[in-house]
Write a protein that binds this ligand. Structure first.
Ligand code: DC
Length: 677
């Protein structure tokens, strides 16, 4: 997951391959609640692991439900419709509407002493219509702050089920879903629920009804205006249940394929398809109307773009009522950036009460990208930036604000295919964790950029100058990959000495370099499957590395391996020749130095803290000997690249060095948008 403050997406070119999508949020949270309420044990397969499902799982554990999580398989021991927990409980619902609404209803009908609260945005999301319906049923629900909004206090009910329960359907369909999930718990007689106003997001109600039926409750339906829960309804575990992938999450990849995959190299999306019970699957019809080519199988989609080139041609603009696909319709708004003409998305008032006011948010951010946008109470009109001028001048670099809204972040990533070849900055990228924690990893696994457009920051310098710490901190801050090239030479030296190769035999050492199987994973460095991080960090390994790194054949053997680290979204590489030999086209090169005395002292402290005894004088002598060797060797000697920026960090804290490099990086970036950074 990307937990950097922002993520810069380089301009993207194409997309192909296969993505497996995570489970649907709506289905996951409904299934979790039903499994908790029903009688019996349920094994839930392919559950989404995200912020919102974690919120639900925590609440269900608090209620005393047995929960055993093994990856994406969760075994739930149901409460059999009875709460075991009678003490006062406080539930934190984050910003998860799919947890807040149904839990409120279920807890209100069962009764207890409960408080439900969430993040500040949750306290701005309406719940009054649900509370009113629950009160009419005799539930005790009070507002702890603002009338009509969480946080809520729930007490013991005095249920009266004679009259039909009325609930508004035109603000959020989650109110009706919440009632439908809760009422079977108390259906001693037939319970009627009447929908007041035009029901929005009907497909979500369909999901609710289908899942209720999987758990043994058959709701009777009179159109979309009356729902009856038959007397004696009782939840029974289906034993095993599979969560299908999220159709709204699929929309980003359908759009991606429609923009950037070709018929001979299409994009395949696994986990959701024509047989989906989710309404948002209808997004594929809208995408097809815009010109995306789609082949739908029951549980998979294959997507490619029409007969046009990203640089010269367009999707078709549409004018569409999007009430049936409220979440996925956001993706259409971004696709409209690539359409010929003006796209209008109508009947989307529900966008205003989601994670953020999505109409306002979308309008603001698309305008930053250069689009002309008009917003109304329940519609948005988007005219794309000009495409057809040779310089595509209509497009702008933008730092996209994401409003703690996962869909804003995922949508915005599609702007990286802009024909002007501009990068896109996504603020707070980890907000995708709400439904799709690995969204960007999935995107980068299928999207391709021209290599020259994948940024590399090189940090070269002598031994113990602090390159490694600086480079890895910069990589973390930017969400980039990290290459510790010194570790590669250390690995070669270590591997060669392990198998007893003569270290004076250049060709034999180079063969080792070509054959070794290495892996980097956070602090672990593996050689042929064995963790050797500590072995290669020793001073002795450093000396071996210095020796083998002077061989041209070894350097050549490691050349392609190092180039292979240049992957989306970018790379920070540290070593001696990153800027001079391996990545000469890197947009930022830093040459990091510190006095020999400072470096010896740092190395000394490092060793002592690890419990390794050392002498500062001999460390300094060793460092100077290695400097001399690294600088005087004929193969890629240690020198600063001509275009490197010099940073002497003898008197700087690591934080100050990081700040300096990030400032330089922002300066490089500001050529795209002087005013936005
Ligand atoms: O940075 P380090 O101490 O882990 O590097 C170990 C040795 O590898 C060092 O003596 C120089 C050599 N090296 C190199 O020649 N080229 C690089 N790009 C990185 C390290």
């Amino acid at each position: 997951m990307f937990d950097s403050v922002f993520l810069d997406l380089p301009p993207l070119q194409s997309a192909t391959g296969v993505v497996q999508l995570p489970g649907s949020k709506s289905i996951s949270n409904r299934v979790l609640l039903l499994s908790a309420l029903c009688q019996g044990t349920t094994v839930v397969h392919d559950l989404l692991d995200s912020d919102d499902t974690r919120v639900m799982l925590t609440a269900l554990r608090q209620l005393g439900c047995g929960v055993d999580v093994q990856g994406t398989t969760v075994t739930m021991v149901g409460l059999g419709g009875q709460l075991k927990q009678h003490d006062a409980l406080e539930f934190f619902m984050g910003n998860a509407g799919t947890a807040m609404r149904p839990l409120t209803a279920a807890l209100a009908v069962l009764g207890g002493d409960f408080t439900l609260k969430g993040v500040p945005r949750m306290h701005e999301r309406p719940i009054g219509d649900l509370v009113q319906a629950l009160r009419s049923l005799g539930c005790s629900v009070d507002y702890l702050a603002n009338e009509g909004f969480p946080p809520l206090k729930i007490g013991k009910p005095n249920l009266k089920m004679d009259a039909p329960i009325q609930v508004r359907g035109d603000v959020s369909s989650q109110f009706l879903t919440a009632l439908l999930l809760a009422l079977p718990l108390v259906a001693t007689k037939d319970i009627h629920v009447d929908v007041v106003g035009e029901l929005i997001s009907k497909p979500y109600i369909d999901i609710t009804l289908k899942l209720l039926s999987r758990f043994g409750v058959q709701v009777q339906q009179q159109g979309w205006s009356r729902f009856t829960i038959p007397a004696g309804s009782k939840y029974l575990s289906p034993k095993d249940i599979y969560v299908e992938a999220d159709a709204s999450s699929a929309s980003y990849f359908v759009a991606l394929g429609g923009l950037a995959a070709t018929v001979d190299k299409p994009l395949r999306i696994l986990g959701v398809g024509a047989a989906s019970i989710q309404g948002d699957i209808k997004f594929i019809d809208a995408a097809a109307q815009m010109g995306v080519q789609i082949r739908a199988e029951p549980n998979a989609l294959t997507v490619w773009r029409g007969n046009w080139e990203v640089q010269t041609a367009f999707l078709k603009a549409i004018d569409l009522d999007c009430n049936h696909i409220p979440d996925a319709a956001m993706t259409l708004a971004v696709m409209a950036l690539y359409a010929h003409g003006t796209t209008r998305l109508r009947n989307i008032a529900s966008w205003r009460v989601k994670e953020t006011d999505r109409i306002a948010a979308m309008a603001t951010e698309l305008r930053k990208l250069g689009a002309k946008v008009q917003e109304g109470v329940d519609f948005i009109r988007i005219t794309p930036p000009t495409h057809n001028s040779p310089s595509h001048t209509g497009w702008r670099f933008a730092s996209i604000h994401t409003y703690d809204d996962h869909r804003m972040a995922m949508c915005a990533s599609l702007a990286a295919f802009n024909p002007a070849g501009l990068p896109v900055r996504i603020e707070d990228p980890q907000c995708v964790a709400k439904t799709f924690p690995d969204y960007f990893e999935a995107l980068f696994s299928v999207a391709k950029a021209d290599t020259v457009n994948i940024p590399v920051i090189c940090i070269d310098g002598p031994t113990a100058s602090g390159k490694g710490t600086l480079a890895s901190m910069i990589a973390k801050q930017l969400g980039y990959h990290y290459l510790d090239s010194g570790a590669l030479y250390r690995l070669v030296g270590f591997a060669a000495s392990q198998v007893g190769v003569d270290l004076d035999d250049e060709a034999a050492v180079a063969t080792i370099a070509l054959q070794m199987k290495i892996g980097f994973d956070r602090d672990r460095v593996s050689l042929n499957g064995i963790d050797v991080a500590d072995n290669i960090r020793s001073e002795a390994s450093g000396m071996l590395a210095s020796k083998v790194s002077s061989y041209p054949a070894v350097r050549q053997a490691l050349f392609d391996l190092q180039l292979g680290f240049r992957k989306l979204p970018g790379l920070v590489a540290d070593g001696r020749d990153m800027g001079t030999v391996i990545f000469p086209d890197a947009p930022l090169k830093v040459f990091l130095t510190a006095s020999a005395a400072t470096r010896a002292e740092r190395r000394y402290k490092q060793l002592i803290s690890k419990g390794i005894s050392a002498k500062i004088d001999s460390l300094r002598a060793d460092l100077e000997a290695r400097d001399a060797r690294d600088q005087s060797r004929s193969a890629a000697p240690l020198v600063a690249a001509k275009d490197a920026l010099m940073l002497d960090n003898s008197n700087l804290t690591i934080e100050a060095s990081v700040t300096q490099v990030l400032e330089w990086w922002d300066k490089k970036f500001s050529r795209f948008a002087p005013s936005q950074l």
